[in-house]
Design a protein around this ligand. Structure first.
Ligand code: HEC
Length: 159
């Protein structure tokens, strides 16, 4: 096959797989649970922002604390009535729950590797956490974060 056609095929594949990856799935939480989720997100955002500085300055203690804090930031799990727990169980899609679990796992690992003073692994887990934010928002909050439904210009240039 001529290289040009290979390229076209390849990029068609990657567009298709990306579209698949970001299929829109909405989650419908009741207002009180939604408020708790937003509260958790604000905490997480603050933590991620503080990592820019603590990672850049090798502040191991601060990195470890932030990781630990985010790991336990399951507000969602903390102050819930049993009805709310049931609602979460029923409402949240499996994909959401597994991303959430991964995200908190990475935060725990970040804390661990910061205590070991391993900067490369610190970078690794910070980027895994960031990927989890993007991936969850692209799939489950794309009405709110509309950037993810816009086309990838980089791929457009390749056509
Ligand atoms: C497992 C899913 C998931 C993960 C992981 C996740 N988020 Fe979110 N996030 C959401 C959902 C759902 C919303 C709600 C969007 C809406 O308002 O409808 C949200 C909302 C937010 C908001 C808006 C809060 C507001 O003020 O309304 C911010 C900021 C945010 N996330 C930051 C982050 C950051 C930073 C990370 C990663 C470090 C992250 N999120 C990881 C699901 C996730």
């Amino acid at each position: 096959m001529k290289p040009f056609f290979m390229l076209v095929l390849l990029s068609a594949f990657s567009v298709a797989s990306q579209a698949e990856e970001y299929v829109k799935k909405s989650i419908n939480l009741s207002p009180d649970l939604k408020a708790l989720l937003v509260e958790e997100m604000k905490e997480v955002k603050k933590g991620m922002e503080s990592l820019v500085t603590s990672v850049a300055t090798g502040d191991w203690r601060a990195i470890a604390e932030t990781g630990q804090h985010i790991k336990h930031s399951y507000i969602i799990k903390k102050r819930l009535t049993s009805e709310q727990k049931q609602e979460l169980k029923k409402t949240l899609p499996a994909g959401f729950k597994s991303l959430d679990r991964k995200f908190h796992y990475y935060a725990g690992m970040l804390s661990h590797v910061a205590k070991e003073r391993d900067i490369e692994l610190v970078h690794y887990y910070v980027s895994k956490m960031n990927e989890a934010c993007t991936s969850c928002h692209a799939q489950f909050a794309s009405d709110r974060f509309t950037g993810f439904s816009q086309k990838n210009r980089h791929e457009e240039h390749m056509h």
